[in-house]
Design a protein around this ligand. Structure first.
Ligand SMILES: [Fe+2]
Length: 197
């Protein structure tokens, strides 16, 4: 039997955040800001960073961004949504100032070349589309359950909410499902230098 190969899931060594503080400050932020779900069911996003002094950069299609998907039995790939100028997202959104997220953002920025950073909500008993993105993504699970998994091509992996940071190869076809009965919330950042190449 072939062994599973998790090479598209890269756990960053020597980097671990405080899951308790992430959860406490998530609650604080959620009192001030609500998840947006522009045109997609069972999904929500809150932007953690923005284009400097440009509030519109965290609204509408800007919380989603371009992706490719295979929507039907023809197997034909189609492009959806709009390209995003990721490298312009350099300023923390005011609601996150003086929270633990500011510390997390500054730490990540020193280590990686980042684009947008968002809190992403996946509702219970839901999946994304089968799709690929322009760049890898960095995940810090904050609230999850055993029934949550990221699937990249034919390999599925549960990412526990233990403060660890995992970079996933979203340039390959993938999905995320939440098979639990509780919302799943991850911090997700676009990573502009591809470690999988
Ligand atoms: Fe994706």
């Amino acid at each position: 039997m072939a062994h599973l190969n998790f090479s598209d899931f890269y756990t960053v060594p020597n980097l671990k955040f405080d899951i308790g503080r992430l959860r406490t400050d998530l609650d604080l932020v959620l009192k001030k800001r609500k998840f947006q779900s522009p045109g997609v069911t069972n999904f929500g996003a809150i932007s953690l960073n923005q284009i400097p002094n440009d509030e519109n950069s965290t609204k509408g299609n800007n919380v989603r961004g371009i992706y490719w998907t295979i929507p039907d039995e023809t197997g034909k790939e189609v492009k959806r949504d709009i390209p995003i100028d990721e490298s312009k997202y350099t300023q923390l959104v005011p609601e996150f100032k003086k929270t633990y997220f500011e510390e997390v953002y500054e730490t990540l920025k020193k280590k990686f070349k980042l684009g947008r950073v968002r809190l992403l909500l996946k509702e219970p008993r839901s999946t994304l589309s089968w799709h690929k993105d322009p760049e890898p993504r960095l995940h810090i699970p904050i609230i999850t359950n055993k029934g949550c998994a990221m699937v990249i091509e034919n390999v599925a992996k549960h990412l526990p909410a233990d403060g660890n940071v995992t970079i996933t190869n979203n340039t390959k076809y993938h999905n995320f499902f939440n098979g639990g009965e509780q919302d799943r919330i991850h911090l997700v950042a676009c990573v502009l230098e591809n470690p999988f190449k």
